[in-house]
Design a protein around this ligand. Structure first.
Ligand code: NQM
Length: 358
C-alpha cells in the first residue's frame, strides 16, 4: 500500500514469524535487502519505499488494532523498530478493515490505532461507503500525483515530553538546536547555521559531504541529550533544517532521515516541526511565519507542503506540551496477494579447489 508519501508492505502479525529475529530475516528477503536496488524484492530502493506495517487486534482497551512499524534498511541487512511512521500509519485503518480486524461503518470508519513502537495512539477516519474501503476521492497531498480518499488522523496529547532534553534550546558545537518529540524525535536547526539556504534540492544536500559530516556529529550529540543513547546506528533522531517560508507556508524544511534527505517530510516529523515553531525561544519561532489564528500550520518541503493542525499546552514543569495534532493524508491499496521471498541463505558452498577441477 501507499501510505501518505511512503510505500510499504502491510502484513497481519499472524502471517509473520512471532520471533523478531526470524521475522526480520524474512522481511529482508521479502524487501530485497541488502541491495541498493532491492532488485530481488518489493522494496523501492529508498528508505521511504522500504517500509513494513505489521497489524494485529489490540489488547489495549484504548485501541482497535496494534501497528508495529519496521524500517527495512536498503543497503544493509537491518530492520529497525526504533521509530514510528506516520505515513505508513495512513494505510493501517484501511488495511485493518480489508483484513476484517475492524468492521466497516456504512459511510465512514474510525480505527483507533496503538503504535506499538512508542505506545502512542492515533485515530484514523476514512470513507467506507456501503461497508467497503473506498480509496478514490478528491484529497490531494504534495508528493503524490492525483487525488485519493482523505484519511484524517488525529493524535491525542503526547504521552512523552515534547522537549526531551528539558530545554527549549541546546547548543551543540556552537549551533543552536531545539530537540522535539511529537511522535518522532527530531532535531530542529536553522539551515543558515549549517551554511546552507534550506531551499536546496535533496540530492544536492545529500551530495554535500561537509554538511553530511556536520549533521552526523550534531545528531550523535543530540541523540545523547535526548536520552536516546548512541544513535550512530539508529534512524532516530531525524534532523530538520529550517528556513523562512517561500511559498506562503509557515516555514521551509529539509529533513534528514537521518542520512538520506526526505523528498517531502514525515507526518510525525512535521508534527514535531509544527509544535516546535510555536515554542517561544526555540530555533523555529524566529524563522517561522505563523498564521494569526487557528491551529493549522503549512510546512513547506522539497515537493510542496504538508498542512498540519497543532496546538500546545503547558506541563506541570512549565514546559510546553503537545495538546492536539491532526493531519489529512491519503492511502491506496496497490496490490493484495502472495509475496515470494528469495530463498534463505544456506551455508556458503565452498569453492572447488583448483586440484579438483578437471
Ligand atoms: O515522520 C520518514 C515518512 C517518514 C516517517 C522518516 C514518517 C513520520 O515520511 O511520521 O512518516 O522520517 O523516516 O514515511
Amino acid at each position: 500500500m501507499r501510505g501518505g508519501t511512503s510505500k510499504g508492505a502491510y502484513f497481519l502479525a499472524e502471517d509473520l514469524p512471532a520471533e523478531p529475529a526470524a521475522r526480520d530475516e524474512l522481511l529482508l528477503r521479502i524487501m530485497g535487502s541488502p541491495d541498493t536496488r532491492q532488485i530481488d524484492g518489493l522494496g523501492g530502493a529508498h528508505p521511504l519505499t522500504s517500509k513494513v506495517g505489521v497489524v494485529s487486534r489490540s489488547g489495549d482497551p484504548r485501541a482497535d488494532v496494534d501497528y508495529l512499524f519496521l524500517q527495512v534498511a536498503v543497503d544493509r541487512p537491518e530492520v529497525s523498530d526504533r521509530q514510528n511512521c506516520g505515513n505508513i500509519l495512513a494505510g493501517i485503518g484501511p488495511f485493518a478493515v480489508e483484513r476484517g480486524l475492524v468492521p466497516a461503518g456504512k459511510e465512514r470508519t474510525s480505527v483507533r490505532i496503538r503504535m506499538t513502537n512508542t505506545g502512542d495512539l492515533a485515530t484514523a477516519t476514512f470513507p467506507t461507503p456501503g461497508g467497503r474501503v473506498d480509496y478514490t476521492g478528491g484529497a490531494a497531498i504534495s508528493g503524490v500525483p492525483g487525488t485519493a480518499a482523505p484519511v484524517t488522523i488525529e493524535f491525542p496529547p503526547g504521552a512523552h515530553p515534547l522537549l526531551p532534553t528539558g530545554n527549549v534550546l541546546d547548543v551543540i558545537d556552537g549551533v543552536a538546536v531545539t530537540c522535539v518529540d511529537n511522535g518522532m524525535p527530531t532535531v530542529l536547526v536553522a539551515a543558515s547555521d549549517l551554511d546552507v539556504t534550506g531551499y536546496e534540492q535533496p540530492k544536492d544536500l545529500e551530495d554535500d559531504l561537509v554538511l553530511a559530516g556536520r549533521l552526523r556529529e550534531l545528531r550523535l550529540v543530540a541523540g545523547r541529550l535526548m536520552g536516546l543513547g548512541d544513535v550512530s546506528d539508529t534512524t532516530v533522531p531525524k534532523v530538520t533544517l529550517l528556513a523562512p517560508p517561500r511559498d506562503g507556508g509557515a516555514v521551509t524544511t529539509r529533513t534528514f532521515i537521518p542520512v538520506r534527505c526526505h523528498t517531502s517530510i514525515g507526518v510525525l516529523g512535521a508534527a514535531g516541526v509544527a509544535a516546535g515553531l510555536r515554542i517561544e525561544g526555540g530555533v523555529g519561532a524566529r524563522l517561522a511565519r505563523l498564521p494569526d489564528r487557528g491551529d493549522r500550520v503549512r510546512i513547506e518541503h522539497p515537493t510542496g507542503f504538508l498542512d498540519i493542525e497543532s496546538s500546545l499546552g503547558t506541563g506541570p514543569d512549565g514546559l510546553p506540551t503537545a495538546r492536539r495534532t491532526a493531519v489529512v493524508r491519503t492511502a491506496r491499496k496497490i496490490f493484495d496477494g502472495t509475496v515470494f521471498p528469495r530463498a534463505a541463505e544456506t551455508a556458503p558452498t565452498p569453492a572447488p579447489s583448483r586440484g579438483g577441477q578437471r
